[in-house]
Design a binder for this molecule. Structure first.
Ligand code: FES
Ligand code: FE
Length: 394
């Protein structure tokens, strides 16, 4: 049950409070797919992941499978729905690959790397003919790239990618501007959790938990360096458009991976140091996450190996950071949302934010500034969605 007096999805978010239904209600989740993942710019991958003609990478736009592919002949990157135009099977099964042709495994309809249908077995029994030009793989309405980061939007119209990224752009510039350029992957670490997709993004801009959930890691770093670090120094920012930031003092950033900020780009992308984290909603209470380190093109093997070791130590299955977050910040929060008073607090630093020249809001690093910004965008996206109670609409 959602609760008396709550009629629309935007009633579920107040300034400083979020209702547990945003994590639990399947109806809300379906509307998120329509209102957020089918309209906003959604991150799909980095250009370096499809560096060669014919390279492709599969991912999702919300729950919709898509493939980012670089044309074998024209070198252009396209984002296509990964759905055969015959009976709808996935065309590309693998996480990544290289091919001049994408062939469906069901009846072998074959598409080229631009999505054009170029081969249909046993065509004679299409007695009324088959217009192949009408049966290309469907392109996602808009595709855009910013500093090598590729996004797609299922909405033909709306804010440009640059407008959407807004105040997050300088931080993407910093990530992309590393001397030598950035290469993403090719390794990818994947995990799944039984919790709502938004919990992962909230957690990336939550500094309040660090010395609690990650106490063992903080202790190990203290033993290594002889310093307890300044885990609660720095600032938290609401960058607008749902994007959030934690900015650390440089020495603490170095301990966690070399970059001195965590960034969330609404709705599905996060950076923790130089690790890219992409969130894939599956069901209201189940989420897949893909984490990839950004390596430096042209850097020595030693430099990139060191980045990989930091990645493993922090985010790998036996790492000191991610497994604890998955257990506590994602899993236990989802479980707790079933009990008692459904309203959850996001009030740290509320009302004390400093308004910066670019319109961003800045607070203390343990403040829940970034999370409130995320939910401001969520609320705007979900405005007017009618809530359905058990047994029918209110
Ligand atoms: Fe793809 Fe039949 S479903 S060829
Ligand atoms: Fe954490």
């Amino acid at each position: 049950m959602i609760g008396a007096g709550l009629r629309q999805a935007d009633d579920l978010v107040r300034d400083g409070q979020v209702h547990a239904s945003v994590y639990r209600d399947g109806h809300v989740f379906q509307h998120e797919l329509d209102r957020i993942f089918s309209t906003s710019w959604v991150y799909v991958g980095h250009e370096s992941e499809v560096a060669q003609p014919g390279d492709y990478k599969t991912t999702t736009l919300g729950v919709q499978p898509v493939v980012m592919v670089r044309g074998a002949d024209d070198g252009q990157i396209r984002v296509l729905y990964n759905r055969c135009r015959h009976r709808g099977a996935l065309v590309c099964q693998l996480d990544r690959g290289n091919s001049h042709f994408l062939r469906c495994q069901y009846h072998a309809w074959t598409y080229d790397s631009t999505g054009a249908l170029v081969g249909v077995p046993l065509p004679k029994r299409y007695v009324k003919g088959l217009d192949r030009t009408e049966l290309s793989l469907t392109s996602v309405a808009r595709t855009g790239s910013y500093r090598g980061f590729v996004f797609a939007s299922a909405a033909p119209e709306g804010p440009s990618l640059e407008e959407h990224l807004g105040n997050a752009r300088p931080y993407l510039d910093r990530l992309a501007g590393v001397e030598g350029g950035v290469v993403v992957g090719p390794v990818a670490q994947r995990y799944a959790y039984d919790g709502n997709w938004k919990l992962q993004l909230e957690n990336v801009v939550d500094n309040y938990h660090v010395t609690v959930v990650h106490k063992s890691f903080v202790d190990i770093l203290a033993a290594r360096t002889g310093s307890r670090g300044q885990w609660h120094s720095g600032s938290a920012k609401d960058l607008g458009n749902g994007h959030g930031l934690l900015e650390f003092p440089v020495d603490t950033g170095a301990a966690t991976g070399g970059e001195d900020f965590n960034l969330v780009v609404f709705p599905n992308l996060a950076f923790v140091g130089y690790q890219i984290r992409v969130v894939h909603p599956v069901r209201v209470d189940h989420t897949n996450v893909v984490v990839q380190p950004m390596l430096i093109a042209g850097a020595s093997d030693e430099v990139n190996a060191a980045r990989l070791r930091v990645h493993e130590e922090s985010f790998g299955p036996a790492g000191f950071v991610s497994p604890d977050d998955v257990e506590v910040a994602l899993g236990r929060v989802q479980m707790g949302t079933a009990a008692g008073n459904p309203w959850m607090e996001l009030t740290r630093g509320l009302g004390e934010e400093e308004v910066l020249e670019d319109g961003s809001l800045r607070g203390d690093i343990t403040d829940e500034v970034g999370q409130r910004g995320f939910y401001r965008q969520w609320k705007a996206s979900m405005a007017g969605v009618e809530l359905v109670q058990e047994g029918g609409s209110l």
